[in-house]
Ligand binder design. Sequence first.
Ligand code: HH2
Length: 257
Amino acid sequence: MGVLNVTPDSFSDGGRWLDADAAVAHGLEMVAEGADVVDVGGESTRPGAEPVAEDEEARRVLPVVAALSPHVRVSIDTRRASVAEKAVAAGATLVNDVSASLERVAAEAGVGWVAMHMRGEPRTMQQAAEYDDVVGEVQAFLVERASRARDAGVEEVWIDPGIGFGKTAAHNLTLLRGLRTLVATGWPVLVGSSRKSFLGLVTADPGEPPVPAGDRLEASLATAVWAIDQGAGMVRVHDVRPTVEATRLMAGAVAWS
Ligand code: HH2
């Protein structure tokens, strides 16, 4: 899944694809690089981000969804039912829902749904980063939401631990280490660790500031390879081509050995 943020303030690519034509061109570039899904978002959910007005979010994403959907599967990254509905009408077939609350929209539209775990909301979520057992709590939440969605009639449900959403670096690493617990639930797992801040913290030299977002490719790739090896069915990434190459290598290692 390639990330396409049509926003001025996303943490790693904010402002780059705000213009619809530039966004569509980048989406097509990711398709050429091997993305199976392009995830279009019009609101940053980075820690501390302010919400955008609903009209503005729709205005950013809808032309991009409409232009890309004849070429690739498009998912709509939103917390708003109205934006999800309009994006589906424009051609999106997956609702990527960081609020894990839009299952009825997906059920009514007959499209897939991603339930992601988050504590609170982006503006304040890092203040809520407290868990007794982060893997167990995230798993219980996601299984409950996924079952509810299936009961509501959603046929394709993904679960996502929400790396970086109301979690410390230690929580994120614990969740990655515990991915098999999520995979063992039987629900397909999506992981989005690409360029996230914990990677910059963990890979920095001792005493040095965190590695900036644009320099986190190697760490991002390592987590994508790890997630796939642990059984994740999809990874959400900014750097499509290197990730596709890494996953081909992994598939080759299985097929050729
Ligand atoms: N992460 C982000 C946004 N959407 N969706 C899912 N399912 N899983 C994730 O981990 C996830 C997500 C945040 O990353 P990004 O889109 O790069 O930045 P921003 O929220 O600043 O636009």
